[in-house]
Design a protein around this ligand. Structure first.
Ligand code: ATP
Ligand code: MG
Length: 392
């Protein structure tokens, strides 16, 4: 008998032939995450994964927070594993487990049994009724409620038996790296880190790009982006951040276009640069934190006028249909909010016009852009001179 962690995963089951590849990817991700700690191993067990410790006592307080944040994990259950599946042993273990977890005071519960070993002498119902009755008689202040119990005592009979009462929700989505790679345009704001998180949750590896405009933006603004990337790495594993020096490009655009169109051209230049970085790093798309109507550069007309600037890759905007409050809620949940609201300027706030154009015409913007001399050259130089940080 030993304490283990059962890891449940969702959509992988639907992925046909790819299933094994995707499962193995999740196993590798969990192994990597637990590699600094001695003794942890991961096994496949009939549609679930099991984390065990072969050397010492399982440390749930350590392991659960490390595993639940991983994309692809839908839930984890701290549980007891036992080889001896006799009904006497199941009773005994379930009772001990419930004593530990029920706590003080009146508690309602039910037992639920899953049996993959159909040769087992009792049916699932019989096991549930037997073990449930035993718990009821041996722990005071308990009653059975099959509809809305405080605890569901799960008994799974597989190669071994597994008994647990607690199910802790995980990140959901798909394991990292099973859906390709994206280049995320990440400013220090609230939105883009959330866009990065949601994309990563779908199994997409993320590489981030930040456009830095010193001295108009400070060291501290840059540090904020580094901290945000590091926070995202809690979910994604190691993350690469490209810091692109954009002052020269930005000043040049500022001098070349009417102020009310500045943001449109600046965003286009950012997409052009990110597009080049994405082509180098093997991405299949770009990701931004745009949300329809949030600011002048995010009207549908503006998004259209900006969009064509990326030559090679589609630009995904996972937040486009979300309300600010919904985005903020996710930012708080993933721990990026407090970093994002630190009060340091970003490059767009400095060059932004009082009355930016909200309905730019794509064809006009494209024609005007052709007249900005040396634009491609400046963008290329900025990309070439970027600083690369690998963060974890
Ligand atoms: P955020 O909260 O992500 O900063 P925002 O609401 O401030 O977004 P904008 O400043 O219009 O909106 O930026 C829209 C998107 O453009 C951002 O979500 C981000 O993807 C990208 N972006 C803007 N500024 C930068 C920057 N300095 N570096 C990298 N990406 C940027
Ligand atoms: Mg911003």
């Amino acid at each position: 008998m030993r304490n283990v962690l059962l890891v449940k995963y969702g959509e992988i089951a639907m992925r046909g032939k790819n299933r094994y590849l995707v499962e193995n990817r999740l196993i590798r991700t969990i192994i990597e995450r637990l590699s600094p700690y001695a003794g942890y191993r991961v096994y496949k067990e009939q549609g679930r994964l099991l984390v065990v410790n072969e050397d010492c006592e399982f440390d749930y307080d350590l392991v659960i927070p490390l595993v639940t944040v991983l994309p692809g994990v839908t839930a984890v259950c701290p549980c007891v594993e036992t080889e001896d599946q006799s009904i006497e042993n199941l009773r005994k273990i379930a009772l001990e487990h419930c004593r530990e977890h029920f706590g003080e005071g009146p508690v309602t519960f039910k037992c639920e049994t899953k049996r993959s070993d159909k040769k087992y002498p009792l049916t699932s119902r019989e096991v549930s009724a037997d073990v449930g009755g035993f718990i009821l008689h041996n722990i005071e202040n308990t009653s059975v409620d099959v509809h809305d119990p405080d605890f569901t005592v799960m008994i799974e009979l597989r190669n071994n038996a597994y008994i647990y009462t607690k199910l802790i929700e995980g990140c959901g989505g798909l394991p990292m790296g099973t859906s390709g790679k994206a280049t995320l345009l990440m400013s220090g704001g609230i939105d883009s880190p959330v866009a990065g998180y949601l994309t990563a949750r779908r199994g997409v590896e993320i590489e981030a790009v930040y456009f830095d405009s010193p001295p108009y933006t400070s060291e501290r603004a840059k540090q904020k982006v580094i901290d945000l990337a590091q926070r995202l790495a809690v979910f994604t594993g190691e993350i690469r951040l490209n810091i692109v020096p954009f002052t020269e490009t930005q000043l040049h655009i500022y001098e070349s276009v009417p102020p009310e169109k500045m943001t449109i051209f600046l965003k286009r230049a950012m997409l052009k640069a990110a597009d080049k970085i994405a082509a180098e790093n093997g991405s299949q798309c770009l990701v931004t934190g745009d949300s329809i109507g949030q600011v002048a550069s995010q009207t549908l007309q503006a998004i259209n006028a900006i969009d064509g600037a990326a030559e090679n890759f589609v630009v995904l905007r996972p937040l486009c249909a979300m309300d600010k409050q919904e985005i903020v809620d996710i930012a708080r949940k993933i721990g990026t909010f407090d970093i994002s609201v630190r009060p340091y300027e970003d490059c767009c706030t400095i060059f932004v016009a009082k009355h930016p154009e909200t309905k730019p015409k794509k064809s006009i913007i494209e024609k005007m852009e052709l007249k900005i001399e040396r634009l491609d050259e400046l963008v290329e130089a900025a990309v070439k001179n970027r600083q690369i940080l690998d963060l974890k």
